[in-house]
Design a protein. Structure first.
Length: 424
């Protein structure tokens, strides 16, 4: 009995091409044929659940709302009174730290031999290289620097909200938990920083999937994603500490020696900051050049927590600052109180890893000369938004109260940034 090769059948001793399958239908892909881009797109879209699609739709609507705000801001609030021409369309988004990242991506950290030894140095080494590196890569495709940064934040923000919704569903049994968490997050007071050329969106695009992987005990994936997060912000090290604690607690609970085999992955996130410190040491001779740059440029010299509180309080209510700066200091104090309350709740509920993550963030931000950037840091505290969502699901009135307060504050903060009035 002879064996026929696949695709061949006897016909007068000659091989005949196989007939097409009757089940083939328009749009189906023939086995062995290269997959087209529309086919890959449909497969990726098919992985999104209805909740995922609702989250992305909410995300898109809030982006449109912010872009409309930016458009009106550039016409209604000109830099100079009496001007008859609005600033360029993307100009409202390219401010403060976004300029630092642009300069690093375009010129590098030490252009033409300049550095901390140069008069008027901008202390750019304070910023980690992950975002500028990606910005330079995207710029090869998107010629405008600001547009490239906005594209990064737009895509990264979409990844972040999807991960946040899925994390929320692991904590809360309610079906609306994911959508509610994302809604409160996207309408938070400092949500504008998720859409501009800052690092918050990109950091969360790595950090939130990393935490989701860790919760599912996929330690290798969690370590790789956390390592990517540490290239973007030093906060990645706080995340690495929280995931390491979660790993230890999980391994101890299982009481299985095999559970400890993945312990080495918890050390991976330390490599990018170490490599960056080595790079800075080569140019400056200082292993902690990034930290010293923060001290020179942003008053991040170490002070005890009570000294920092007193200095910030004095800036907020001591009539030593202009009204704009004083208001910012008041916001810093309020954000610190929110963070402390969050840590207390997490400790009460024995959420030790999450409490460690937020506590390390508060310690880093709360031991400078005065508080700086704590309101922005609330975007990185995913337990806060999940906790507020849980409260709103149990107490329906809280959602209305939150939106009534957050909507005007969020709008005002966005206008403050987009019109160049942020930080005084």
């Amino acid at each position: 009995m002879s064996t026929l090769s696949p695709g061949l059948r006897p016909s007068a001793g000659r091989p005949v091409p196989p007939e097409p399958r009757a089940s083939a239908r328009p749009g189906s892909r023939i086995v062995g044929a290269p997959e087209t881009r529309p086919g890959r797109f449909r497969r990726a879209a098919a992985r999104l659940t209805p909740v995922d699609r609702a989250v992305l739709w909410l995300y898109l609507l809030t982006r449109i709302s912010l872009w409309i705000t930016a458009h009106f801001a550039r016409w209604l609030f000109p830099v100079r009174p009496g001007t008859r021409e609005a600033v360029p369309v993307l100009a409202p988004f390219q401010r403060w730290d976004a300029n630092h990242y642009l300069h690093i991506a375009r010129d590098g950290y030490f252009p033409a031999g300049a550095g901390p030894w140069t008069s008027g140095w901008d202390n750019r080494e304070a910023f980690f290289p992950g975002y500028p590196f990606l910005l330079r890569a995207v710029h090869t495709v998107v010629p405008d620097w600001t547009a490239a940064g906005l594209l990064i934040s737009f895509v990264a923000g979409a990844v972040a909200v999807l991960a946040l919704a899925r994390i929320a569903r692991t904590y809360l049994p309610e079906g609306a938990a994911g959508r509610r968490t994302v809604a409160l997050f996207l309408l938070s007071p400092c949500a504008v920083f998720l859409a501009v050329g800052y690092t918050e969106a990109l950091f969360l695009a790595f950090a939130l999937p990393a935490w989701l992987a860790a919760v599912r005990h996929r330690w290798a994936l969690a370590a790789v994603l956390t390592a990517l997060a540490t290239t973007v912000r030093v906060s990645g090290l706080f995340l690495a500490a929280a995931i390491a604690l979660l790993f230890v607690l999980t391994a101890r609970k299982k009481r299985d020696r095999r559970s400890w085999r993945a312990a080495g992955w918890t050390l991976l996130p330390a490599l990018p900051p170490a490599a960056y410190s080595w790079y800075l040491h080569v140019y400056t001779g200082d292993w902690m050049a990034w930290k010293h740059a923060q001290e020179r440029g942003w008053y991040r010299t170490f002070h005890t927590p009570w000294e920092t509180w007193a200095n910030t309080w004095h800036g907020a209510f001591g009539h030593t600052q202009t009204t704009g700066y004083a208001l910012m200091f008041q916001a810093e104090l309020a954000a610190m109180l929110v963070g402390l309350a969050l840590v207390a709740v997490l400790l009460y509920r024995r959420r030790w890893p999450e409490a460690l993550y937020v506590a390390l963030s508060l310690w880093a931000l709360g031991t400078s000369y005065w508080y700086t950037s704590i309101p922005r840091a609330t975007l990185l505290w995913w337990p806060l938004w999940i906790g507020l969502a849980a409260l709103s699901l149990r107490r329906p009135w809280f959602r209305t109260a939150y939106l009534s307060v957050a909507a005007p504050v969020t709008t005002l903060v966005a206008l403050t940034f987009l019109t160049g009035r942020w930080a005084g």
